[in-house]
Write a protein that binds this ligand. Structure first.
Ligand code: AMP
Ligand code: ZN
Length: 674
């Protein structure tokens, strides 16, 4: 590239990166993925190396202090920051209460009711009364270290009075509505984009690169849980936090029995709109510490708390048609096509009827007038049918006996609400699995959307995810609307997915109940798909947060010969089924890095390293601080020689008058290679 071209490319890259930073840090609405961003940074760095005159102190590459790629360091939470289950309206709250009473064997449990602040959850760690760490929730297990930014927020106490030596509290960072109005006015005056809502503004401010940003925005904090510290009844914990000097929302109530809680919650329906901060419901918690301990939590949410939500907007419309969709696990779901209606600002024309029992219980038929509800992000559902308004006598809905996608047999397992297509080769299932496999939380294969996946299936290029790895550009480029370039991109994206971490593969396989969180837990605990397959259900259940339901689902998945065959085919296609050992440890403990065994050492890999690909071994060495080179020289510190090591080992032996070689990878990971 000549100097002129380099100069304009550098300017272009800097502008793109600045824009991406702004969207990520300020608007909290990133538009490019991390890989693209990292690619830009790499290209910019290379150009600046090749053309030193283009370097600039304000280039994104020159900024000091920002972690790689401008992201925050990961923090493993001492106690997971869980989500909350929802209860929409009084009846669902009563149903939740009935379960609590049954589990705790009490007549009228004491509940502590709080407002549910619509902000950003953070964990604050105080050691000896000093704020030492603040982290965002992240995925609940690992968050981002935003200590400096939180320290800059005046509402977050830096020191506590009389707090225990080690204390972790959870709270919500939020931006008052009044401060939000001021901020947006200032944004507009400065020619910047306005924030969509106070929550986005708070999130963007808290994750700004520069602590001056959150400092100046008027962020506030309400604390509501002691995560690590004395075990207290919830009401006492709130009082205790106040006494230590933490801000705690004064709007709360101790209620005896569910009816008091219902009354308190209902009382906020209109009142909450007058508060200077946004709430998205209320939270009802079991007050007694012993009760909370007995109830415990699922991997998703505590059993001792529930979010009370005001029933979402509902509306009346008419059912045009009922059809059946087939999902990736073969489940048949009846779907109501509706006359479009507006709910919560979006047009709804389809609602889930869940399963055959549901349709039967509600007795929904084509032409019926129905009430449809849409709550938050969930799929709209039909909650009531106006049978009095039915005209004529439309036939009752019946689950088809043959799969609508493949004509295969439909079965219903005892104890299950769902009907399933029993044909593992069902195109609807395969399509669902392919799209899921390439999804963002799974193997993240860009370009493998529903349309392309359908095309690949129709042309017989792919029958399951393992086939993806055999596709060539030649096969793909003539497919309609694909073209040479997209074909090459798709093949590249598929190839790159071979190296994804284990938890992504676990998500990609589509095992029931194994979502991102559970997958991470499994990957961290077992390290390889092999180890998971070898574990008994008891061993799976012994892993924190893995319940019997999940353990059974994993067992059932791997016991299925088709699934086992898929895993073998993926392995044969070069897909990584295990995380490298140090990467695992690093993932499990992103805290201060352990001394690295190969820091500064130059390592040569040679021969076939049994059970390891060259890439894996390289990653292991690099994670341990070493540097892998291709050829042996006097500067080589270590040669890892596997089976059939040839010349390189000979050369190393010759050079190693005072040095040594080793069979196996004993230095960095202890795992023998041959
Ligand atoms: P959701 O985001 O819908 O899963 O709801 C769970 C979130 O509610 C948690 O992540 C908390 O950040 C938030 N939250 C707000 N106020 C409270 C509160 N008083 N008690 C518990 N959680 C709360
Ligand atoms: Zn089918």
């Amino acid at each position: 590239m000549d100097a002129g071209a380099a100069s304009s490319r550098v300017a272009e890259l800097r502008a793109q990166i600045e824009q991406a930073n702004h969207r990520y840090f300020v608007l909290d609405a990133p538009e490019v993925d991390d890989a693209t961003y990292d690619g830009w940074m790499r290209e910019l760095r290379t150009l600046e190396e090749q053309h030193p005159d283009l370097r600039a102190p304000d280039s994104p590459t020159a900024r000091v202090g920002a972690p790689p790629a401008g992201r925050f360091a990961p923090v493993r939470h001492e106690v997971p920051l869980r989500s909350l289950d929802n209860a929409f309206g009084a009846d669902e709250l009563r149903a939740w209460d009935a379960r609590i009473r049954r589990l705790l064997r009490t007549e009228a449990p004491r509940y502590l009711c709080e407002l549910k602040i619509d902000g950003l959850s953070v964990a604050l760690r105080y050691d000896g009364g000093h704020l030492v760490q603040g982290a965002t929730r992240g995925d609940g297990l690992v968050g981002e270290d935003v200590t400096d930014n939180l320290r800059a927020v005046a509402a977050v106490p830096a020191e506590l009075r009389g707090a225990p030596v080690h204390l972790v509290v959870r709270g919500e960072i939020y931006l008052p509505r009044s401060a939000f109005a001021v901020l947006n006015a200032a944004q507009l005056a400065a020619g910047e984009a306005a924030f969509a809502n106070p929550r986005n503004a708070a999130a963007g401010s808290l994750r700004a690169k520069d602590p001056e940003v959150p400092a100046g925005r008027g962020l506030r904090l309400w604390c509501y849980e002691v995560l690590a510290g004395p075990e207290l009844d919830q009401g006492d914990a709130l009082e205790q936090m106040e006494a230590w000097g933490l801000p705690v929302n004064p709007e709360r109530a101790r209620c005896h029995g569910v009816e008091e809680a219902v009354t308190w919650c209902e009382g906020w329906r209109e009142r909450r709109l007058q508060l200077d901060y946004a709430t998205d419901g209320l939270v009802v918690k079991v007050d007694a510490a012993a009760g909370r301990r007995a109830l415990g939590a699922t991997s998703h949410a505590p059993r001792w708390a529930v979010a009370f939500k005001f029933p979402a907007e509902a509306g009346r419309t008419r059912v045009r048609e009922i059809w059946v969709s087939v999902g990736r696990s073969g489940v048949l779901t009846p779907i109501a096509e509706l006359e479009p209606l507006a709910l919560c600002g979006v047009t709804v024309s389809r609602a889930s009827l869940h399963n055959a029992d549901y349709v039967q219980a509600k007795d929904v038929r084509v032409g019926d007038a129905v009430t449809v509800r849409r709550a938050g992000e969930v799929i709209p559902e039909v909650i009531a049918v106006d049978h009095g308004a039915r005209e004529g006598d439309p036939p009752a809905f019946e689950m088809p006996q043959a799969c609508p996608a493949c004509g295969g047999p439909v079965r219903r397992l005892p104890g299950e609400a769902a009907h399933r297509c029993a044909n593992p080769a069902c195109p609807a299932q395969v399509l669902g699995l392919l799209v899921h496999y390439g999804g963002r939380a799974a193997m993240d294969i860009e370009g493998l959307g529903e349309r392309t996946a359908r095309l690949l299936l129709e042309r017989g290029l792919v029958r399951d995810p393992a086939d993806l790895y055999g596709m060539t550009v030649e096969q793909l480029r003539d497919l309609p609307r694909l073209g040479e370039r997209s074909a090459a991109n798709l093949v590249r994206a598929v190839a790159a997915s071979r190296e994804r971490p284990l938890h992504r593969l676990l998500v990609a396989l589509g095992i029931r109940f194994v979502g991102e969180r559970v997958a991470r837990i499994l990957a961290e605990h077992f390290g390889s798909l092999e180890a998971i397959a070898a574990a008994s259900e008891e061993e799976l259940r012994a892993v924190p947060d893995i319940g019997p339901r999940i353990a059974t689902a994993i067992g059932a998945y791997l016991a299925d010969p088709d699934n086992a065959a898929l895993v073998l085919r993926l392995r044969a296609a070069g897909v990584r089924l295990a995380d490298p050992e140090p990467a695992r440890r690093a993932a499990a403990d992103p805290g201060p890095a352990a001394p690295r065994a190969l820091e500064g050492q130059t390592v040569v890999l040679t021969g076939s390293l049994l059970g390891w690909t060259r890439e894996e071994a390289k990653a292991v060495v690099e994670a341990a601080g070493g540097h892998v080179t291709g050829s042996v020289s006097a500067r080589t510190d270590l040669v890892v020689a596997g089976e059939n090591a040839g010349q390189k080992l000979e050369k190393a032996r010759a050079l190693a008058s005072g040095s040594w070689t080793r069979r196996g990878c004993a230095t960095c990971c202890g795992r023998p290679t041959a």
